[in-house]
Design a protein around this ligand. Structure first.
Ligand code: 5AD
Ligand code: SF4
Length: 458
């Protein structure tokens, strides 16, 4: 029998990276590695990196630097760098940090067990970072036990063809590649059969999903499934009662997708629609291919077909050339749309992204001032929206007991708000209940359970 070894994995970045880490842990599990939370006892350390902003990449470098001490003590253990920094830095990472054994780009994670074995044999290593246009995401049936097992991410496409001027992703994840609809459906059926009730479809740009309906078909006229068709199919699958997706590009939000929000009950009333800036001049420099007016039209359409839909976004401040007036346009847009929540960032130069060569960089101090002003306004609006929901009754999907108060349970509304409530008998994760929102807390609500019979829909 093979001796069990230990793998430690640290994940930075987006949900796609979380999902990739899950896949790596499972594949290594099949090669007799169990997961450990202690890097110092691991036979293999994997750092799954994010390169979206300089700061994220920096965190990965410093963690990797720190693992040198472990490698010095136990030279036979393997350290692998995966994810977007691995893709970006390739060979240079191995040169810069000779204590690393493996550099594996996002398309090559499925080869991890084989690469680790080769590294153990000290076979000569080249970084595994090729990005192929004809790459096929392998079919994969996830293990279903573990935390959050009622709610799972499913990758439907990866890569990006948009080349926004600030963005490193097209250079790290390559061109858009969609999974076959049948692989996606098989994976979701398998999850549902194991008690998963909520599915979050993942892709860098899910709206441009185009899945070939038959293996290997390269013919332009081959039947393809677009994103709304895929959504409609998934919504009919037994056992799945909530469906979400992320991330979307506003230019690809089609009228048909908007219609889905009016017609598919299981589709949660939540849309993450990154706007990036409220200034048409900056949007054009960012190569976003929409104007503020186009964006507002899409938000209005979504709100028309699904009143109360939560709109969330991503915003960058201090993009090269952003003037005070441009920034005020962003503030105006935020005041107009009133986002339920938002992620906001200072612009950061990234390798290979064209904006890095733009001359008119905004000074760091101004970026910080703008970000602070923006974030405080976003927080204010988000709180006002939450306060306005107090007194309403919401469908809540049970997640777990509240870590800080044993007698309480935690769950999420369809708009993804966290609600804590008391219930004196055991509940099952994935169960749906009616809860009245009673009070706004810092990042959640306190609620009162009013109806328990609304159990799992099948
Ligand atoms: N600098 C700052 N923020 C960035 N984002 C992407 N690239 C950069 C960059 N170079 C932000 C965008 C994107 C989110 C995932 O990260 O807002 O939507
Ligand atoms: Fe980070 Fe983007 Fe890579 Fe996700 S795809 S890990 S956000 S750089």
């Amino acid at each position: 029998m093979t001796k069990t070894k230990a793998i430690y994995i640290k994940t930075f970045g987006c949900q796609m990276n979380e999902r990739d880490s899950e896949i790596m842990v499972q594949l290594m599990g099949e090669a007799s590695y169990r997961e450990t939370s202690r890097p110092e006892e691991a036979d293999c350390i994997v750092v799954n990196t994010c390169g979206i902003r300089g700061k994220a990449a920096q965190k990965a470098y410093s963690l990797l630097g720190g693992y040198r001490a472990i490698k010095d003590l136990r030279p036979e253990m393997i350290i692998a760098v995966t994810g977007c920094v691995a893709q970006l830095d390739g060979e240079n990472l191995l040169k810069r940090m000779p204590h690393l054994d493996l550099v594996v780009g996002p398309q090559n994670i499925y080869r991890l067990p084989e690469l680790v074995r080769a590294a153990q044999r000290r076979a000569i290593q080249a970084p595994a970072v090729e990005l192929r246009g004809d790459f096929v995401i392998p079919p994969f049936l996830p293990k279903t036990a573990g935390k959050g097992s009622h709610r799972r991410f499913v990758t439907i496409m990866q890569g990006c063809n948009n080349f926004c001027a600030y963005c490193v992703v097209p250079h790290t994840r390559g061109r858009e590649i969609s999974r076959k609809p049948q692989d996606i459906i098989d994976e979701i059926r398998h999850l549902a059969a194991h008690g998963v009730r909520e599915i979050i479809l993942l892709g860098q740009n899910v709206n441009s999903y185009r899945g070939l309906n038959q293996v290997g078909g390269k013919d332009e006229n081959f039947p393809v499934s677009d994103f709304p068709t895929l959504l409609r199919t998934i919504a009919t699958l037994q056992g799945i009662s909530r469906l979400r997706f992320t991330t979307s590009h506003p230019k690809d939000l089609s009228p048909e997708l908007v219609r889905c929000f009016g017609e598919i009950d299981h589709l949660c009333p939540h849309f993450h629609l990154p706007v990036q800036s409220g200034s048409d001049r900056i949007l054009a420099k960012m190569n976003r291919k929409y104007t503020k007016a186009d964006y507002l039209t899409k938000v209005a359409e979504l709100r028309r077909v699904r009143p109360g839909i939560a709109i969330t976004t991503d915003i960058i401040v201090g993009f090269p050339g952003e003037s005070n007036e441009d920034f005020e346009e962003t503030m105006n847009l935020v005041n107009f749309v009133r986002y339920d929540s938002a992620f906001s960032f200072k612009y950061s130069d990234r390798p290979n992204a064209v904006a890095t060569s733009f001359a008119d960089q905004v000074p760091e101090r101004i970026k910080s001032e703008r970000l602070a002003r923006l974030q405080s306004r976003l927080e204010e609006i988000s709180r006002e929206i939450r306060v306005s929901l107090v007194g309403t009754t919401q469908e809540v999907m049970v997640e777990s007991r509240n870590k800080n108060a044993e007698e309480q349970w935690s769950g999420r509304t369809t708009t993804n708000q966290i609600v804590n409530f008391v219930c004196d008998h055991p509940l099952t994760p994935g169960q749906q209940l009616l809860v009245r929102l009673e009070e706004v807390c810092r990042h959640s609500f306190r609620g009162q359970l009013i109806h328990q019979s609304m159990t799992e829909k099948t």
